[in-house]
Write a protein that binds this ligand. Sequence first.
Ligand code: 2AM
Length: 175
Amino acid sequence: DPARHRRLFFALWPTDQFRAEIETATHAIALASGGRLIPARNLHVTLLFLGEVPAENFDVVQQAAAPLAGSPAFELSFDGVEAWGRRLLCLTSSTPPAAAIDLATRLRAHLSNFVREDEREFRPHITLARDLPRSRPTQKIEVLRQQVNDFALVESVRDARGSQYSVLNRWPLER
Ligand code: 2AM
């Protein structure tokens, strides 16, 4: 019963201004990829994907994340557009800060009851397009920087227009 489940993930949610900067810097590359473009309002960095969570676990999920409030803030700087196989076209960073990786790792540990084991290491990225007709070489772009001062719990609702994301809660990071 979908009403009893919520599709949830933790994310770094960019400012409107940063999403506009990303779109300006990457729109032509994303179009040329031939993939399905992610609309600017949906651009984000997934920290931890939970998937379908039973509605009664919603409070427990939030309580599990709360101790990570006050973790160190950091700056993300994105400088490449990479195809990950033919599945994703991503905005990536050649210098992911340790504080971002620590935050994702600690979230995974605190929420281990809600996630499947996943041995892939976390690589911060922003998906720009999906389902590419062919893989593509990495393109360097002008560096796009965003200071990150909080992390968010986000709900994904899928309808005829695609995915609609709502930020449900935010926790501050310490500068
Ligand atoms: P992606 O952009 O790297 O594909 C909402 O669906 C967000 O959760 C997306 O940004 C997506 O990351 C991520 N996501 C969706 N399904 C996932 C899965 N099975 N494992 C990990 N992340 C997933």
